[in-house]
Design a protein around this ligand. Structure first.
Ligand code: NAD
Ligand code: USQ
Length: 382
């Protein structure tokens, strides 16, 4: 299959591009490298050293003989985007290319506007490019479990059957996101649903949970193929962040009381979920939603798991309940359905001690690279 991976230089996109290429697909990466520029803006870095995109794909070709084409440019430059469509004629468009940090979107007006402009307009351009240049192309769009928020009822996969005043309907599940970033994903979902309805586009919205880990079979083939691993208070995500904190002897930063529960999955399952979606495309005009996660945990549970594995490795991290910089429920009901990807063949990599040890090993090997001042959260929602 001819597949464009937009955001293919990022944390999820790079291993996905390699995995799909290894499965024999003709993969093209589109990325404007803004994530690397944001590292400079924040004076931060990936714990793992990452090669340039050019060097990454050259090493991949050298090792496997497989070519991944790259286009460096922005989804918001429509002439560029249409040129990529004309040159590749994609059958699937995997869309990772958004600003994905909730704290980054909450820095100030400028960052909120950048996040929503970059994400919502970029996605709208992709919808138009599909309509105009590749109407059969399957859009595989990365959404987020955070679109739903933490309602006091079970979270379904995209839609909810409702009975109201004696009448029934199946409606989009109500969304209560917790940041301007998460809101951008809700706006995307609405735009995609509408485009499917009016133009007959086929789309799968993957409401992905928090991704942990960094290695896949492909990224481990050579240090030049290493994936990025974020730890700072802006782009670091809960589990990966705790492991890196343990590696450098920092307290594990549980925000507030730590009862916040979120859905999680291993990066190895992210790449497989994309393959499953690509191999089983949505019908023309169908707007399909899959909840892409394998397990859920409270932040406290994660910190305790990391603390246990770290202690076994001779480290002694303390769990510190620091003031929550976000406005979010810390004690709430959480139950979300995730059967659709499983029904299509996903076999989850669950969060075992061995998995935690693997991430800890990568963190320990590179711990000298951690910029300690960036570890504590500095951005608040207030
Ligand atoms: P990332 O920041 O590491 O990668 C995103 C990539 O997209 C970067 O390489 C960036 O340069 C590129 N990009 C951003 N805006 C672009 C634009 N306008 N044009 C071209 N390229 C652009 O993020 P990630 O962690 O790999 O996340 C990928 C996607 O998955 C995002 O949409 C994110 O919202 C979603 N997601 C991530 C997680 C997670 O835990 N990492 C969880 C759920 C959903
Ligand atoms: N948290 C802590 N301590 C930390 C970091 C986070 O307690 O040091 C808590 C947060 O308060 C929050 C939870 O952990 O309650 C998750 O935070 P996170 O930073 O791991 O994840 P989030 O901001 O939700 O964003 C990440 C990705 C985003 C993706 C989302 C999936 O950055 O791209 O959309 O996970 S989800 O959470 O399902 O919406």
């Amino acid at each position: 299959m001819r597949i464009i991976v937009a955001g293919g230089d990022g944390f999820c996109g790079w291993p996905t591009a390699l995995y799909l290429s290894n499965q024999g697909h003709e993969v093209t990466i589109l990325d404007n490298l803004v994530r690397r520029k944001i590292d400079d803006e924040l004076r931060s870095n990936s714990v793992t050293p990452i090669a340039s995109l050019e060097d990454r794909v050259a090493k991949w070709k050298e090792l496997t003989g497989k070519e991944i084409k790259t286009f460096t440019g922005d989804l918001n430059h429509y002439d560029f985007l249409t040129e990529v469509f004309k040159q590749t004629n994609p059958e699937a468009f995997v869309h990772f290319a958004e600003q994905r940090s909730a704290p980054y979107s909450m820095i100030d007006r400028e960052h909120a506007v950048f996040t929503q402009t970059n994400n919502v307009m970029g996605n709208l351009n992709v919808l138009y490019a599909i309509k105009e240049l590749a109407p059969d192309c399957h859009l595989i769009k990365l959404g987020t479990m955070g679109e739903y928020g933490t309602p006091n009822i079970d979270i379904e996969e995209g839609y909810l059957e409702i009975e109201h005043n004696g009448r029934k309907d199946k409606l989009p599940y109500p969304k209560q996101p917790g940041s301007f970033y998460h809101l951008s994903k809700v706006h995307d979902s609405h735009n995609i649903m509408f485009a499917c309805k009016i133009w007959g586009i086929r789309a799968t919205d993957l409401n992905q949970g928090v991704v942990y880990g960094l290695h896949t079979d492909e990224t481990e083939m050579d240090p030049m193929l290493a994936n990025r691993l974020d730890y700072d208070g802006v782009f670091g995500t809960a589990l990966n962040r705790f492991i890196i904190q343990a590696a450098i002897g920092h307290d594990l930063t549980v925000y507030g009381s730590g009862g916040q529960t979120r859905a999680f999955l291993n990066i190895k399952d992210t790449v497989r979920c994309i393959e499953i979606a690509a191999n089983n495309p949505a019908d023309k005009g169908e707007f399909r939603v899959f909840n892409q996660f394998t397990e859920y945990f409270s932040v406290n549970e994660l910190a305790e798991k990391v603390q246990k594995v770290a202690k076994e490795a001779g480290l002694a991290p303390e769990i510190a309940n620091i003031e929550n910089p976000r406005i979010e429920a810390e004690d709430h009901y959480y139950h979300a359905v995730n059967t659709k990807l499983r029904d299509l063949g996903l076999e989850p990599h669950l969060l075992t001690e061995e998995v935690l040890q693997g991430i800890l090993k990568a963190a320990l090997e590179n711990k000298e690279r951690v910029i300690k001042e960036n570890v504590l959260p500095a951005i608040t929602w207030k």
